[in-house]
Design a protein around this ligand. Structure first.
Ligand code: SF4
Ligand code: SF4
Ligand code: FES
Length: 322
């Protein structure tokens, strides 16, 4: 049995690595390399061996090789991943092919080969003031403020972000809406918004709330984060603070109306009445204008679908706490 395990561990397999590359002189181009890997070979090791043994011109970033520094983010067979947290043979098995494709992350501008410009990402991260601002007495050392275990439990997960940018590369909203701070900045922002030791609550609300209503809840950030930070959860939790805000932007008010309309639709019928929710959220005038677009695109039949109320509505109301 032990000899069999040893044989599996030592098994070598030849793979082909296709790398999407870029430089100022040549623009975009692809390079292909062949090498043998075993079950312990991470993609960062694949890249290190290509660079040292085959092609010193290949550029990529990696430092810790243990999912801590956040520098080896890239697309591996189309999926946003950390190269050091990805084993070459796992990719081979998952995609049932000996060809592994490496590309720079989406959304970020490539600088050279797999290295991208993280400038815009850092700007967004620093917009949320990503550090604790404790009380003056604590800073002066004349008082201390301890974090209770229950607060630590709430914040721990969201403090695990390694600034790798993978969630941002997968986020559709960040590409479309420049006023959306993006999933990583929201994770970081909420981590301090919810920290009872922090003194910038009002300021943080102003920074985070409008942006939080610009997320489309597609959950891509949830799926790709290599540290299970769940940025979308922090966005939901941030939205819950809207009631404490003195000023509300249009996006925030629309968002609150939308949540209320969904709640009332479920409470009344047990289902989401899309057309009714839409009218309650955006108002009749906007709904009529949008209906004209819907008619022009031949999709009116979907807007007119009448779903039946669920049979045991009382059960649903009980779940809602009514
Ligand atoms: S859930 Fe929101 S933040 Fe996360 S990827 Fe989708 S739009 Fe972006
Ligand atoms: S939230 Fe996750 S995916 Fe996004 S930057 Fe932080 S660690 Fe990376
Ligand atoms: S090399 Fe540090 S996270 Fe991959």
């Amino acid at each position: 049995m032990e000899a069999q395990t040893l044989a599996t561990n030592l098994e070598q397999r030849e793979i082909t690595v296709r790398v999407k590359r870029f430089n100022e002189d040549k623009g975009e181009f692809w390079s292909e390399y062949k090498l043998s890997v075993d079950r312990f070979t991470q993609i960062t090791e694949v890249l290190r061996r290509i660079k040292t043994e085959q092609d010193p011109t290949l550029a990529y970033r990696a430092s810790c090789h243990m999912a801590v520094c956040g520098s080896c983010s890239m697309k591996i067979n189309g999926e946003p991943r950390l190269a050091c947290k990805t084993l070459a043979l796992d990719v081979v098995k998952k995609f049932n092919t000996d060809v592994i494709t490496l590309e720079p992350m989406d959304y970020f501008k490539p600088l050279k080969d797999l290295i991208v410009d993280m400038g815009d990402f850092y700007t967004r991260m620093f917009k949320v003031k990503p550090r604790l601002y404790p009380a003056e007495e604590v800073v002066k050392g004349v008082a201390e403020q301890r974090l209770k275990p229950e607060d630590q439990r709430e914040l721990w997960k969201f403090a695990q972000c390694i600034w790798c940018g993978l969630c941002v590369s997968a986020c559709p909203a960040v590409k479309e809406d420049e006023r959306f701070l993006g999933p990583a900045a929201h994770a970081k922002g909420y981590r301090f918004l919810a920290d009872p030791r922090d003194t910038l609550y009002e300021e943080r609300l102003k920074i985070l709330l409008d942006s939080s209503w610009r997320c489309t809840y597609c959950y891509q950030c949830f799926h790709v984060c290599p540290r299970d930070v769940e940025p979308v959860t922090t966005i939901k939790k941030t939205r819950a603070h809207t009631k404490f805000s003195k000023e509300k932007t249009d996006v925030m008010s629309t968002g609150e109306r939308h949540v209320k309309a969904i709640y009332e639709s479920i409470k009344e019928t047990g289902i989401l009445q899309e057309a009714k929710v839409y009218i309650s959220t955006y108002g009749l005038a906007t709904a009529i204008t949008d209906m004209l677009h819907t008619m022009r695109n031949g999709k009116m039949k979907y807007a007119l679908i009448r779903e039946k109320k669920v049979n045991e509505i009382e059960q649903i109301r009980k779940l809602l706490g009514d």
